[in-house]
Design a protein around this ligand. Sequence first.
Ligand code: FAD
Length: 434
Amino acid sequence: MLDVVVIGSGISGLSTAFRLKKLGFEPVVFEKDDQIGGNIKTLSQEGYTFELGPQTVLANDEVKGFFREVGIEPIVASPSSKNRYIYKRGKLVPLPLNPLSFIFSPLLSLPAKLKVLREPWAPGSTKDEESVADFVRRRLGQEFLDYIVAPFISGVYAGDPEKLSVKHATRKIYELEKEFGSLIKGALKKRSLGPKGELISFEGGLFRLIENLSESLEIRTENVVLRVRRKDDRFILDTREGKVETRALVISSPAYTSSYLLKDLSWSASLEFDKIDYVPLVVVNVGVKSGYVPEGFGMLVPRKEGKRILGVIFSSKLFPGRAPEGKDLLTVYLGGATDREVIELSDERILEIVERELKEIFGIPGFDFAHIKKWKRAIPQYTIGYQKYLDLAREMEEIHKGLFLTGNYLSGISVADCIRYSAVKARDVAEFLG
Ligand SMILES: Cc1cc2nc3c(=O)[nH]c(=O)nc-3n(C[C@H](O)[C@H](O)[C@H](O)COP(=O)(O)OP(=O)(O)OC[C@H]3O[C@@H](n4cnc5c(N)ncnc54)[C@H](O)[C@@H]3O)c2cc1C
């Protein structure tokens, strides 16, 4: 019998397994695919090094400490990555970085700016739980929602602000209102509104982290877990290699998979987790001649501007060595909660759209390299009422001692969230195993 099995070799599963190993346990990771890393995939082709999933990690001290333990040195994105752009009426408008540039920015109209200045006096909410859109409209106005928050939400969640819960999807902002009664007052007191940390990757891309994590671990790839049952104080797993018994079980697969794995333990929990919405996303990496995009992180397109592209990351501007001399690597996103049909389009059609819109936005005449990745179920949506899923996960762990649930649908969706949550999960598993 094994002590602890981890299902899934994404960043949630691997970082939990890594910490358990450090604590003296011998976790065995089961991964259904022939590749490890889940969403984290880096490719090198024709002189370009590009990401199919996450591009960067926003690393605070805790996350940097984890990288030190793993023995991997991060590289920090170029200082120009603080520059972000919003596409408005045919132009790239820099996102204002301080109050003065906000006042003079053409991003918002004068009435919209005045509404923002009145934010400290905005009325309180009358609802039990608000959507991100309702919250922002109430405090900062419709234009601020359309041209700043909604593009940001599509950049992070590929989500719809009308559906996402302000409490669960943008918790820090929600808490600023709770603590200070105003976002502006809170930001002034805390001296920042945004999340803290440095944007990092690794030499050769994010997959290096997965490689380093896996070095000391036993990972059984192409080994799907099909069923989980409880017998006395053990879990019995039906895997591709046969039956496996374990005292502790960490399930780090996406909610829709965890749902079927949990069905023998709780039919109702299984049905609930299956309701979590994962939106599709199409990621197109293109190589273009240098000189068309400005220095910066990238740009986002408000839905009001009528384009299909959600945003573009200027990937080769962030880290060196991502594109050949004289070329730029751009990562283009389409789909998300507001344009789910894109995932059904042919590759040719997707390339046509990307080519046309890059030409309209940047004047780029065409590209000499392109790679398309379609994620059918890319990112879980922390929608209104999401607390019930978090409660259910805790309840399942309470009832079935030795079961631990993790993954981006519980920890928060960023890679950094998954890494931080793995410390909590590894500690819980270690306490259980004694
Ligand atoms: C396109 C895209 C861009 C993103 N950009 C960023 C970004 O720039 N920055 C950022 O911080 N975050 C970003 N994210 C989010 C972040 O990448 C993910 O939230 C995170 O990587 C999820 O890790 P995970 O381990 O929880 O899940 P996953 O990566 O989904 O891993 C789950 C693993 O479980 C395996 N599995 C499933 N079922 C079974 C089974 N039955 N048996 C065995 N194995 C199983 C899967 O094959 C997979 O390997 C992005 C996500 C996507 C999709």
